[in-house]
Write a protein that binds this ligand. Structure first.
Ligand code: B12
Length: 359
């Protein structure tokens, strides 16, 4: 159960109900859609109900996150993301608008009037945005500085399946004195972001994206092990991504950079249940919990993780981050966290402020 002060109880109850019934509502909306629109049904034939059901279940979960955290932008952005995925895979985008109309019909039947009144403007707005002819915003990848060029070379080496060349390029940078922070944030992260964009547009395969992930994890280990860390100063950070979130390289960057600054970093990786995270904070006497979430649907798990850490007898600072917060940068305030940081450099700065050096 989501518990927050200052949040309208009815919003939270509605979000809880939507989550609990997401599958059922998604399937009902899929049946409604396929009954009303033959083109939408045919787009995913012969598994129309199953595929639309899955799509619309996801939509209900995104809606629940937007309602719970009063973050309409996150819902609009997720619908926009789906739009470009449909476009890239040759599925007609008007089906998104039609599917939201079907969802709206089901919700208007299933929800009390007051609850539906909270949801309806969100659905209409997102449907309206989805029907606009927009591009995905294009690549943000640039090659106008030395590190950006290195990032492009790293990306090309990966796309060509050349792990050794990718690693060599990063090793050269480190040998020439480029700081690990810059390697992580100016070389590896932009290439991953571009890879994600290419995957989203259907221009590279899941296999290519997985190869990029495993290569980058290997390269990060090497960068970390070749860097000189400041002497340990007694501070401990426990870092993880929340349960359900399979992305962990962002929080690993934070963990590695704090380790290089003298912290003991206990990096737990992806999808850590709230009680396991709290157990690690207790056992390793963490001074800071660095908690990451990538998608808006993971925000609820952040709340559970923060609550578990807060329930420990020993005080531990809690810093949250990750792209789930991009469209709702204030959500952390209602979650009981001590702070939020957008990027690695800010995360390190805030962590250093929260937990002053002991030695
Ligand atoms: C690699 C990757 C994966 C890997 C992750 C492997 C791993 N061990 O991490 C795998 C294959 C598992 C994966 C799965 C999925 N992914 Co993915 N993935 C990516 C990719 C390409 C790179 C992520 C990454 O590491 N980035 C580099 C790091 C350094 O950046 P970062 O995470 O943003 O972290 C920075 C900040 O956010 C911040 N930060 C992060 N954590 C924290 C924590 C704290 C405490 C603080 C202070 C700061 C902070 O600091 C970091 C450094 O500056 C991104 C593309 C992208 N734009 O990032 C897509 C991306 C995130 N994935 C995406 C999607 C859709 C998925 C899937 C749903 C796909 C699917 N249909 O199955 C699943 C979700 C699985 C799940 N349940 O979580 C989308 C999300 C879009 C959206 N808004 O919905 C993206 C953006 C791709 C895209 N362009 O479409 N993915």
């Amino acid at each position: 159960m989501i518990q927050r002060t200052g949040q309208s109880e009815s919003r939270l109850l509605l979000a809880e109900m939507l989550l609990a019934r997401a599958r059922e509502i998604g399937e009902a909306a899929a049946r409604d859609l396929c009954a009303h629109c033959a083109e939408a049904r045919d787009a995913f034939s012969p598994l129309s109900i199953a595929k639309w059901g899955e799509q619309l279940q996801g939509r209900v979960q995104e809606l629940a996150a937007a309602i719970a955290y009063d973050a309409p932008e996150s819902f609009v952005a997720q619908v926009g993301w789906t739009r470009s995925a449909f476009q890239a895979h040759g599925v007609c985008c008007t089906h998104i608008t039609t599917s939201m109309t079907a969802l709206s019909r089901v919700l208007s039947r299933e929800l009390p009037g007051d609850d539906f009144a909270l949801i309806e403007p969100l659905l209409s707005r997102a449907a309206c945005e989805a029907s606009r002819s927009t591009s995905d915003g294009g690549s943000k990848f640039s090659v106008d500085s030395g590190l950006a060029l290195a990032s492009a070379e790293y990306l090309v080496a990966i796309l060509e399946g050349d792990r050794r060349r990718a690693g060599d390029r990063v090793r050269e940078l480190q040998d020439s004195g480029v700081e690990p922070t810059l390697i992580y944030t100016e070389v590896l992260a932009p290439s991953l972001s571009e890879l994600g964009r290419l995957w989203h547009l259907g221009e590279i395969s899941v296999a290519e994206e997985h190869f990029a992930t495993t290569t980058t994890q290997m390269v990060m280990s090497e960068v970390r092990s070749r860097a000189t860390a400041a002497p340990r100063d007694g501070r401990v950070v426990v870092a993880a991504s929340v349960e359900g979130d399979m992305h962990d390289m962002g929080v690993r960057v934070i963990s590695d950079l704090l380790e290089l600054s003298g912290w003991r970093a206990v990096f737990l990786g992806a999808s850590i249940p709230a009680d396991e995270l709290a157990g690690a904070v207790r056992d390793f006497e963490g001074d800071l919990a660095a908690i990451s979430a990538t998608l808006p649907v993971h925000l609820r798990a952040v709340e559970a993780a923060v609550a578990s850490v807060r329930a420990l007898p020993r005080r531990c600072q809690v810093l949250v981050g990750g792209s789930a917060f991009c469209q709702c940068p204030d959500a952390w305030r209602g979650m009981g966290a001590d702070g939020y940081a957008v990027c690695a450099a800010d995360a390190v700065r805030v962590a250093e402020e929260f937990v002053p050096r002991k030695g």
